[in-house]
Design a protein around this ligand. Structure first.
Ligand SMILES: Cc1cc2nc3c(=O)[nH]c(=O)nc-3n(C[C@H](O)[C@H](O)[C@H](O)COP(=O)(O)OP(=O)(O)OC[C@H]3O[C@@H](n4cnc5c(N)ncnc54)[C@H](O)[C@@H]3O)c2cc1C
Length: 449
């Protein structure tokens, strides 16, 4: 298929996260006239940074896997791939009020909360699931049924159920087995073989540096970058094209618009879509997150991730980023994230910062006897309502269309990741694949009419 359109066309990409920036990059490489608009004052979306005292680092924790070939390819284009620092990490488990290391086969076999049979069933479930290829069949099975059947009641209740609740809240009851399949597949790839060591990587400077380089590259290629430009509405214009209203009287016409923002918001912006399109867009249920990040004078644990199986702990996990990131980048401090995932309708997403901070810190005091609030040198809460679409039963059949009923308007976002877990690698793959296979062919047909 020809990569070149019959003539240069005017495109707007809505949303300046990794999906929007990747789409803008590819369209400009095809000789198109491209603008990207972002509601926030800076680009990056979920990968954007926050300040913790003098340290600027990702507001949500991010690591790259050796197997993240699409992300590594993009970083290569941005001349950053060779700078990735790869680090071997360890995993911990907080279970029954105690902390265990679970970083190799020996530790796994010695993990006290499970009997030998339960361990074998857990190991068997992970191995078997990582080998499955037919994810569409898994979309028809509830994740809880799938895991109970493979792992047995004991392992399900002691390990899987608390982990599912931690990651999805009570909405785990609606999730399909495709969720755990994509999660296990990604984590399995992170380990070089079986239950052995994990290698995670990061670019010095974190995502702030990646986004700065990306924005600079796009600008150098003639892409127009509009921050603090939140879209209010998109309507069809009689003379052809789409009118985009940015509020405060700023309206601009584009030949094509690709929106990468969360599906329910796309529906709100586009009143002229069909009833079926509105229903599908609004029908996508999201998981959000409240995530604390803090700089500490002392480390909490040697584990990058500590999974938690105790119900009383109001955290999904404890992430010690400074087991990967060089402390020199962090003013000599330890950097710890405390995420709690919640359904997008959960009122916990609106809880005041001070209450969250107090609860999270008193939880750490109970979990780690050596932890003291005096160790906290900077503390910040970040929230996101739309992090990941919940993979419900038959999810891929209910997805909103990418090519919409409005000529030239495309709705393409993370909700279209059907066979993977939400992460930057999948986001880039999705943008590349759907631009090639769906958006561009439709555009060519329209442009040559
Ligand atoms: C806690 C957490 C941990 C994570 N850990 C990892 C990890 O370790 N590794 C990994 O690879 N990935 C990780 N991810 C996932 C990764 O951050 C996402 O996959 C990726 O950033 C999604 O990019 P996106 O462009 O699709 O969405 P977003 O980043 O959400 O971008 C959408 C953009 O649209 C903008 N927008 C919204 N409304 C409008 C509007 N009306 N007008 C204009 N713009 C608008 C938003 O401000 C936002 O910038 C993590 C995410 C979270 C939350």
């Amino acid at each position: 298929m020809s990569q070149n359109a019959p003539e240069k066309s005017k495109w707007l990409v809505v949303g300046g996260g990794m999906a929007g920036l990747t789409l803008a990059h590819r369209l400009s490489q095809r000789g198109q006239e491209v603008s990207v608009c972002e509601a926030a004052p800076s680009f990056g979306g979920l990968t954007s940074a926050c300040s913790l005292g003098d340290v600027v680092w990702d507001r949500f924790y991010h690591v790259t896997l050796l197997s993240d070939s699409h992300l590594r390819g993009l970083l290569n284009e941005l001349d950053l791939e060779h700078e990735i620092r790869w680090v071997t990490t360890k995993t911990g488990f907080f279970s029954g009020g105690r902390l265990y290391s679970m970083s190799n086969s020996w530790e796994f076999l010695n993990f006290p909360p499970l009997t030998l049979i339960e361990k074998l069933r857990l190991g068997g479930t992970i191995f078997y699931t990582s080998k499955l290829r037919n994810w569409r069949r898994l979309e028809q099975i509830h994740v809880a049924d799938f895991l109970k059947r493979l792992s047995g009641k004991g392992t399900f209740e002691k390990i899987w159920l608390p982990l599912l609740r931690a990651k999805l809240g009570e909405t785990y009851q609606k999730a399909s087995a495709a969720f755990i399949w994509s999660y296990i597949s990604r984590m399995y790839k992170a380990r070089r073989s079986g239950i052995k060591t994990e290698m995670f990587g990061y670019v010095p400077g974190g995502y702030a540096r990646i986004i700065d380089r990306f924005v600079e590259t796009l600008r150098g290629n003639g892409v127009r970058l509009l921050s603090s430009h939140g879209v209010q509405s998109i309507t069809q214009c009689e003379a052809g094209g789409l009118d985009v209203d940015f509020g405060a009287g700023r309206i601009e016409r584009f030949d094509n618009v690709i929106s990468t923002i969360p599906s329910p918001i796309i529906s709100q912006h586009c009143p002229e879509l069909t009833e079926d399109e509105h229903q599908r867009l609004q029908g996508v249920e999201y998981i959000g997150v409240v995530c604390a990040s803090m700089l500490l004078s002392e480390s909490i644990s040697p584990y990058y991730v500590t999974n938690i199986t105790d119900d009383w702990v109001p955290l999904t996990a404890v992430i010690e980023m400074s087991t990967i990131v060089d402390r020199k980048e962090l003013g000599g401090h330890a950097l710890v994230y405390l995420p709690k995932y919640l359904p997008d309708s959960d009122l916990g997403l609106q809880e005041p910062d001070a209450e969250i901070q107090d609860r999270f810190l008193s939880t750490l005091e109970k979990m780690y006897s050596h932890f003291s609030r005096d160790h906290v040198k900077a503390f910040q809460i970040s929230r996101a309502k739309h992090v990941m679409a919940l993979p419900t039963i038959d999810y891929s059949q209910k997805l909103p269309p990418i090519v919409t009923s409005l000529p030239g308007f495309y709705a393409l976002n993370g909700a279209h990741i059907t066979k993977g877990n939400l992460n930057v690698n999948e986001t880039i793959d999705l943008a590349d694949e759907k631009l090639n296979d769906v958006v561009w062919p439709d555009f060519l047909v329209r442009a040559t009419k």
